[in-house]
Ligand binder design. Structure first.
Ligand SMILES: O[C@H]1[C@H](O)[C@@H](O)[C@H](O)[C@@H](O)[C@H]1O
Ligand SMILES: [Fe+2]
Ligand SMILES: [Fe+2]
Length: 305
């Protein structure tokens, strides 16, 4: 699939000019999505140092995440969860399960995850009414967080949520709270701690092992259950937490040409994923029929998880 869109520039140097002070209700108006200048705690988005009720918990989360996400751990998880032998259910059933899930890594949101899914999808729908595949991508991108639930193995938060990054090569400095990597065994492994590590120039992200979590798991679920979503959707699901790449531009030397194309859509998507987080609730029952129709278009009725 070829994508002909301009690179969005809302993260450029003039980001201040592009952000507009809005009250939360403006997010639900029709037309172009407006980037709010503050999250629901009154801070800028993704400010990991801002003194807030969430700061300490989030830092603690990243400490564990960076210590335990090693190459060997990721390999084991991929093998284990690649079997998809735990649960059978529909996409919508999975959305409902997320009612119970709260993400401890997120400085911008403390609502149940189903709110975030609908807020993301609805914000995309307003600005890109014709890209139904992107609406559905918004709805499902975080479904992998069910890994936190007992029937999915009840993984700890550090193995499910938070930003992701490659393992098998050097941890980039732009990764949030990167100082904690010093306690990761791979940090001292000379096979893994160089710019390329076990990878090579333009090898393609598909060949790169990412830290384990909800992104890679949901990618596996979608792919192995033969979704008809386009490759850009699978790319978004798989790399939406890879902020070191899509926000900071690190690890670009590992991308191949297809990754470069798909990254354009990930930039589009990220605006909605990040800045739609608010206390404004979406009426689930009202939008449900629309999303059920999309699920039917792009997925089988029951999936293996
Ligand atoms: O805290 C957030 C949250 O877990 C998101 O779902 C993930 O995609 C982000 O990258 C992460 O920073
Ligand atoms: Fe996510
Ligand atoms: Fe998200």
């Amino acid at each position: 699939m070829t994508i002909l869109i301009d690179q969005p520039d809302y993260f450029g140097s003039d980001v201040e000019a592009k952000t507009v002070a809005v009250n939360e209700r403006e997010l639900v108006l029709d037309g172009e999505f407006v980037i709010p200048h503050a999250n629901s705690f009154g801070h800028t988005f993704r400010d990991y140092d801002a003194e807030s009720e969430r700061r300490e918990g989030v830092e603690n989360f990243y400490r564990k995440n960076h210590i335990y996400q090693s190459f060997d751990f990721v390999k084991k998880m991929r093998e284990e969860y690649g079997k998809l032998n735990r649960v059978e259910m529909s996409i919508w059933e999975c959305c409902e399960l997320l009612n119970e899930v709260v993400d401890e890594s997120d400085p911008d949101l403390d609502e149940p995850q189903i709110e975030h899914l609908l807020q993301t999808a609805e914000a995309i729908r307003k600005e890109y009414p014709n890209e139904d595949w992107l609406h559905l991508t918004g709805l499902i991108h975080d479904l992998g967080k069910v890994l936190l639930l007992p029937s999915f193995g009840g993984l700890p938060q550090w193995a499910v949520v938070g930003d992701t990054y490659p393992v098998g090569c050097r941890f980039d400095e732009s990764i949030v709270h990167n100082k904690y990597f010093k306690e990761n065994p791979d940090y001292y492994n000379s096979a893994y701690n160089t710019r390329y590590g076990i990878y090579s120039e333009k090898c393609g992200l598909n060949n790169v092992m990412m830290s384990w979590g909800h992104d890679d798991y949901m990618y596996l679920v979608a792919k192995e259950n033969n979704t008809t979503l386009p490759s850009a959707a699978l790319f978004i699901i798989r790399y939406h937490s890879f902020y070191a790449l899509h926000r900071e531009g690190a690890y670009k030397h590992l991308m191949n040409d297809e990754d470069v194309e798909n990254l354009k859509w990930l930039h589009v998507f990220n605006k909605f994923d990040l800045y739609s987080k608010s206390k404004v609730r979406v009426d689930v029952e009202e939008v449900k029929p629309y999303y059920l129709s999309l699920i039917e278009k792009y997925f089988p009725a029951k999936l293996k998880w």
